[in-house]
Every structure is written in C-alpha cells, then in structure tokens.
Ligand binder design. Sequence first.
Ligand code: SDX
Length: 431
Amino acid sequence: MSKEAKLELDGKSYTLPTVTGSEGEKAVDVSALRATTNYITLDDGYGNTGSCTSKITFIDGDEGILRYRGIPIEELAEKSNFIETAYLIIYGDLPNHAQIKRFSDLLTDNQFLHEDMKFHFQGFPSGAHPMAILSAMINAASCYDEDLMRWQWGKTKQFDVYVARLISQVRTIAAYSYRKSKGLPLIYPKQNYKYTANFLHMMFSNPYEDFEIKPEVVKALDLIFLLHADHEQNCSTSTVRMVASSQANLFASCAAGVCALWGPLHGGANQSVIEMLQQIHREGDDGSKFITAAKDKNSGRKLMGFGHRVYKNYDPRAKIIKVACDEVLSKLHITDPLLDIAKRLEESALNDSYFVERKLYPNVDFYSGIIMRAIGIPVEMFTVMFAIGRMPGWIANYKEIMDEPKSRIYRPRQVYTGKTINHYVPIHDRK
Ligand code: SDX
C-alpha cells in the first residue's frame, strides 16, 4: 500500500497518492489535484516538480551519483565508448555483438547528408553560430525523407534507422558547419572510420591530406561525448519531451533540444567557461578578483561551470573530465595556462563560504572545454560537441514517450497575475 499525503485546504482535507521510485525517490502524485481541490501547484523553474517517471538515467545530486540504465558513469567512462553507451541509453541494455554490429552498420549507412543539403550550408553567413546551423539543419535533413514528413507516431517501422541517422548526421552537420564557417571545402565521412574518428576527419582533414587521427585524441573526445550522453530531465531534454508529447517527429523534437541547450546557463556554459578563463588570463588576475565578482550579485558575473540544480555535491562527470584533462594534455605535450587558472578557481571556490554554503561545485562544463581546446575543437563548437553527446539521451527520452501508450501532450497550467477584466478603449479616448 503506497503512503498517502494529507492536504488541508479551505477547511477540507484531502489525501493524495504518493509514488516511490526504484531508488527510493518519493513524489506526491498531484495528477488529480485540480479536479479534486480546484488548486494547482506552482513551482517556478520546476525545482520540485517531476514531469514524468523515467527508466533511463538516475542522478543522486546529494551523493554525486549518475547512472545510465543503472550502470555508474565511472564504469562506462572506464570500460565503454560513446556508441555502445548510446545504444545502452536508447535501447535499455548493453548491446551484444550482433546488436552493436547492426547499430554500427546503420550509423555508417546513414552518415551522408542528402547532397542538396550543401545548398543550405551556403545560405548561412560565415559568422553564423554553429548551434543555429545545427538546429536548422537537423530539421532541413528531415525534409529529404517522405516518411519523416508524414511521421506515423508509434507506427514508424524504421525508427531504428532514424535513430542511427540522427546520431550519425548530427556529427556530419556539425563538421560541415565548422568547415563552412571557415570557408573550407566539406570533407565527406570515410566508410571505414569509427564514429568519433570520422568526426575528427570531417572536421580537420583537407582534400589532399587526411588529418592524423591520434588514438588519445579520439579517446578523449569519445569520453566527452559519453559523459554528455544523458542527464535525466535537464532543460534541453525536457524541451525534447515537450515537443515529442505533441507527437512531432524525432528530428523536430531534437532540433528543439539543440535550441534549449544553446543557453549559457545550460550547454552554452562550456563556451562561457573558456571565455571566462581567457578573460581572467588576459587581465592577469590570479582568479581572486573574478571570484569576488562572481559572489557579487550586481557584478552580472557568475563562476561559469560551477553550480547545478541537482548536484549539491561534485558532479561526477567533472571529476572524470578533470583527470582526463591532465592525461590528455600530458600525452599531447600541451601546457594550458587556462587549466592552471581553472584549478586555482576550483581550489579557492571550494574553500569559500559563499560557494560552500550554496553547495556550488564544478559541473560537467567546468573542465570539458580545456580538453576540447587541447584537441583543437574551436570554442564556438563546444556546445555543438555537447549536442552530439546528448543526442542519444534526447532520442531515448523521445522513445520513452512514444512507447508509453498513455502519454499525453505536455500542457502545464499557470497562475494568472495580470489585469482583471477591463474593456476596449478607442484610441482617441486613450491618454
Ligand atoms: C548543465 O540540468 C542539468 O542536468 C544540466 C546539465 C546536463 O548535463 O544537462 O548538467 C548541464 O547545464 C550544467 C550547468 C551549466 N551552467 C553553468 O555552469 C552556469 C553557471 N551556473 C549557474 O547559472 C547555476 O548554478 C545553474 C543554472 C547551473 C543552476 O541554477 P539554479 O539551480 O537555478 O540555482 P540558482 O541560480 O537559484 O542559485 C542558487 C544560489 C544563488 O545565490 P542566492 O540567491 O542564494 O544568494 O547560488 C548562486 C545564485 O546566485 N549561484 C552562483 C552560481 N550558481 C548559482 N553564484 C555564482 N556563480 C555561479 N555559477
């Protein structure tokens, strides 16, 4: 028998059912609240509101735990790779040999964009932000497939093909948007390259000389993708679910996710972190001036890459990336002053009552940019890297709604605080 919540309202008492998740998370089910009490809940920023139940990712923010389909992120980071983890997140279990072979083949068979897509790239000005291009081109890519345009919600026989096509093409679009922004010729994917190596090839090769694919670089970028693969109901994933709930097609829903991810409070933070570190370096600040400013609400500055709505402990992904930073930079014989500044900022913040009292720790974005800089990814492409990594999580959440027979369109309520009734006044009678 599940526990019940008691609610006293206007002299009446009500009982509300509760829900307990597989990891003991508790929720009061308010699905019938309005019908029984004529009240709704109000929760600015949804900090206390669960929009759904989900089986994909578990986070314990107090303990700094992150698991994809029950497997700790630390184990996946050490033993798996991005494509295998993508399969796990989307289909629920680690793939066997036959399943990963089919998935890899589908990724390879679907990696080319329709040739006419090149004309869309030509339409963008050279300074266009790659996130704007990515979102637009995901929707543009769907226009070349009639079945996608006539999306049969829940009845799409080749959903797996669309899953592979989106994961594969998001990488091709990203590389093309970079090449376009630099006025470089587009480089086509190679048939025999694996996912991340092919991305580096499409980004940095040129028509007469292939880019040298260093295993340590592939490993580092693959780890970045893996660590970003899903993160329960964050802003962009909730956006994907919101659009999916209207039964829009998979590409349209994920293109909306790209837009939500772009914001500097979310996926755009990795670009803002590097810009922050560069500013501190440029100003010759040892970080203390910036920390002081970040604590001052009127400064308009935040310690980017710090803080999290859910983690009130160290983001486990930040821990993994920080270790990988040192490894990659030493293997590539790179010393980056921004890494030293980042470590100093972390050290002082973790010993500063302002950050400690608010439980502000480094999040996934604090160190990821250092690695991406080291492997040559331009800073304006950092959030695109996040989008490539997050694609499996967006797809898994889309699939979870599509596979749920009782799924309903997302339509939150509101509390109206505007003017009460008044009437039209002709313009000559207005003040
Ligand atoms: C991601 O949701 C996810 O899972 C996201 C993500 C994912 O994988 O999808 O993990 C990826 O988006 C990570 C977060 C990246 N963003 C940043 O690094 C931007 C900097 N961080 C902040 O903007 C902030 O911490 C958020 C947006 C991440 C969280 O904001 P909340 O939960 O709304 O918290 P808040 O703004 O209410 O902050 C609580 C207090 C406030 O101070 P007080 O009003 O209590 O005095 O902490 C302060 C804030 O001013 N604060 C910061 C701060 N973050 C919060 N002060 C200085 N620097 C910061 N970074």
